[in-house]
Structure formats: C-alpha cells, structure tokens
Design a protein around this ligand. Structure first.
Ligand code: NCD
Length: 338
C-alpha cells in the first residue's frame, strides 16, 4: 500500500510486505523510544488525539509516539466536553479538526464511525478502536510482539499455534489480530470462549478459508495445550446491555501460575491487550504470573510506542529524515528498557 497520506482503519488494508515495512520502521525507532536519542522530525506538526471511549495505553502511547517524533498533541477525551454532545455530526467535526491537525487518531464506541470520520477528514486518520469492530494499531503491536518473542525462541509466525481466550465476540483486538494473522501460513487458532461470546462467524470462516485450522472450545484447560502464544482478553462489559449480563461471564476463564504450568508448553508466550480486569470476580490474568519470563504484556505496551511511531512516520512520509534531525538526550534515562 501507499502509506503517504493514508488512513489506517482496518488490518484488511495491509499485505505481508506492508507489515514488514511497518515492523522495520518500528525497529528503527528503538533509540528514540528508548530515550537514547531524540528527533525533531515532526517539529511543528500537530496530532488531534480524539478519544470518545475510555483509554489509557492507546491514547497515551499514540500521544507519546507523536511527541517522541517532535510533534505536539491536542486531546479531546470526552464526548460531553466536545460539540458532538450539541448534535454536531462526525462530518462537521472531521472538517474542523482536520483543519487544526496534521494527523488524527480517533476512538469511538460505534462500529464504522472512525471510517465515516476519515471520509470527511483532510488529514490521515488512524482508527484507535471503533466499537467492537477493529483496533488495527493494537493488532500490529501484538503481531510485532509475537514476532519478537517467537524469534527469541528460534521460531517464526508461519505455522504458529495461538489460543485466544475470553470475550471473542466483542473484543476488537482479537478481531483485528486474527485477521492480520491471515497474512501468514498455516496458523492454528484455538478459540476459547463461552459459546455466547464466540468469535463472529464471518471471521471464523475467513480464517478457515485462508487455510488455517480453527478449533472453538469452552474447555480452557484442554485448549491451552500445544500453543506458542496464549492471548487473553477481558469481558467487554461496556458492550453488554447491562452489567448483570456481563457478570455471567466474568471470571469464567482465568490464567494463573498453576493453570499455566499444568497446561501450557514451557515456552508459551502470555499476552493480553490490557487493561486486565484485576477485580476478584474477574481476574482473567492473575498477578501471580507477574514475574514469569514468558509474560509479555509490558513488552506489548512498550512495543506499542515503536509501532505507533512507525505509523506516524510512514503516513507523514518522514522515515528518511528521522536521523537527520536527531541528537543525544541530556536527562537521566538508564535502565528503563533493559
Ligand atoms: C483494548 C481495547 O480498547 O479494545 N485495550 C487496548 O486498547 N489496549 C482491550 C480492552 O479494552 O479490553
């Protein structure tokens, strides 16, 4: 694909070569993300960071990624504080904000809203999550993490076995990640969820039609065996009509040290897009795995900055100039990324 000026709305817009391009630019961002050097390549540029749903990682890491490239960030984080609450359309908001910004990241509770916004935008728009539909930058950082983790164990993505666990019906991260994995060969997916929260039928049939093996099960312990990666998700309570309805499923599937040791391969990488729901009745990924060397959740969040920097550099077409405007940093930075 042509990255320059492109909107990033869905993983379906990428081919394998595009993913390789993003990952190699992400690799080159390491000295900047790790505060060894700084760059001013986006000096003067403004990011409109518009989050109309709760977010910690995605919002802050997109903002940091833009800052680390030398740009400024303007945030809108509350529908009530924006003119959308006065009845303004996405079309008008997009025309206005794109006049103030050089790139926009948007998260919105409605499926398709970010794509609709992008149509009216005068600058590139990145989908930071649209309802239960897609979360393309999360899928890229997840895949980037999987690639790194498996590489350190002498393996690649092709022929990988992955278990996805939890609310696969509403989880946009697993929708995007599984579809991104269709670019690779012969993946075995074990989809572990309550049957009411299964992965949408159309995604499952796309995975199968692309030649992948897909097993759907409610038996977590059995499903966990024989995987390179296990990817846990939170029950997406905000997508249910009532909290009571979500309560039925909360805590149904949990991974802790004992379950991991009993069922997983010793090398299985543990992932979660976060936030994990650490309340006692949920606790889908237990704190007793915090020190486990295969727990990759905080490597995922660190990698998110690299991947988001790469997306900005590509869509704003500055990948060649990053090192030109770089210099050393002056503040204390040791130890954080070791
Ligand atoms: C996820 C999301 O918002 O879809 N979080 C994230 O962006 N890392 C997952 C979730 O909220 O459960």
């Amino acid at each position: 694909m042509e990255f320059r000026g492109a909107h990033i709305l869905s993983v379906q817009q990428f081919n394998r070569e595009d993913v390789d391009t993003i990952f190699s630019v992400a690799d080159s961002m390491e000295p900047y993300a790790h505060r060894l050097r700084m760059t001013k390549v986006l000096d003067g540029a403004i990011l409109g960071n518009m989050f109309f749903e709760p977010s910690t990682r995605t919002r802050v890491s997109f903002g940091c990624a833009f800052n680390l490239l030398g740009g400024e960030v303007r945030e809108t984080t509350d529908v009530k504080a924006s003119s959308i609450s006065k009845g303004e359309s996405l079309y008008d908001t997009a025309r206005v904000i794109s006049g103030y910004s050089d790139a926009i990241v948007m998260r919105h509770p409605q499926v398709g809203a970010v794509a609709e916004f992008a149509k009216a935008s005068r600058v590139p728009v990145i989908n930071g999550g649209d309802g239960s539909n897609e979360h393309p930058s999360q899928a890229l950082l997840d895949l980037y993490t999987i690639r790194k983790e498996l590489h350190s164990k002498g393996r690649g993505i092709d022929d990988m076995h992955i278990a996805m666990v939890g609310d696969l019906k509403h989880g946009r991260t697993v929708h995007s990640l599984s579809q991104l994995l269709m670019l690779y060969k012969n993946i075995k997916f074990t989809l572990i969820s309550p049957k009411e929260l299964r992965m949408p039928e159309d995604i499952v049939s796309n995975l199968r039609n692309a030649g992948n093996q897909v097993i759907e099960t409610e038996d977590m312990e059995k499903g966990l065996s024989d995987n390179d990666t296990v990817y846990l998700t939170r029950i997406q309570e905000e997508r249910f009509t009532t909290k009571l309805e979500a309560d039925i499923y909360r805590g149904r599937f949990r991974l802790n040290q004992a379950i991991y040791t009993r069922n997983c391969q010793p090398n299985t990488v543990i992932m979660h897009p976060l936030p994990r729901d650490s309340r006692a009745d949920a606790n889908e990924l237990d704190n007793d795995l915090n020190q486990h060397p295969n727990l990759a959740i905080f490597r995922q969040t660190d990698n998110g900055v690299l991947v988001r920097m790469a997306l900005f550099a590509l869509i704003l077409d500055v990948t060649e100039q990053i090192d030109d405007s770089s210099s050393k940093v002056n503040w204390y930075t040791e130890g954080r990324f070791e």
